[in-house]
Write a new protein. Sequence first.
Length: 294
Amino acid sequence: MTEIVFIILQYGRFEETKKCIESLIEKVDTDSFAIIVVDNCSPDGAYEQTRRAFEVISDDRFFLLKNETNLGFANGNNVGIAFARSELGAQFVAVINNDTELISNDLCSKLRAKYKETDFAVAGPLVLSGDGKYVSNPMGMKLFEEQEIEHEIRHSKRMLRLNQYGLIKIYNAYKSISRKPSTEQRYHSVHKDCFDVKLHGCFLVFSPTFFEKLQGFNGKTFLYMEEDILLLELLKNNMHSLYTPEICIFHKEGATTQEIKGRKKINFIYSNRLRSQEIYRELLLKMKERTEHM
């Protein structure tokens, strides 16, 4: 059994993967660890670069998997999760972006203590962004309600229609003029533990409790709203997320859609958002029906 397995989903950008791995090797506080890089059909030769680097390292704790097509965030990571559980007997599985670096040097000792204390299913750390400021983790303090997700779905459909006719720039210009200054106070909990919150997807640690009922991310999505759906499924199964600032990471915040340009990029973003929003709505309604019949 391996105490913790780190899964790094890679879609290009080998140098970021390299820095991520180096931070793990330097900081992780256990010898019982492994690192899996799942290459999500990188278009820039990152798979071959990673393969050569692992050959040089020649360590049986490093594994490289290759997806023949881009499976997206959820299914790409699920490939690594399945391998970590079935082949390595992972106790904790940390799913992390390749543009993150571990800052804390007591990750595993903190995870052990927090798990014993709280029985969390998924934990997330304090996230420092590229400019050194706190990123919003937790990303949200509650789930989208039915009315809210319906609003998001309508917005995505509207944006797809506007993009179809090349009207996005006009729409955005109008919104920037008409938008009123926001008086909303965002809740940033960076100094204390929080439960049942939406965690930032750049660094998620899955515990043995999670794997008692679930096997990974919801595989119906390609990109976007994985964190929302994850929280919904945790609560549906009477499990808990934990945000803890006692663990800290750095997140460079690379752009997943950076290689896509113009109207094609907008269509990619909103079509995948819409798909994920509709999946979330379906799960939410099922959860609501189940509660009403209890």
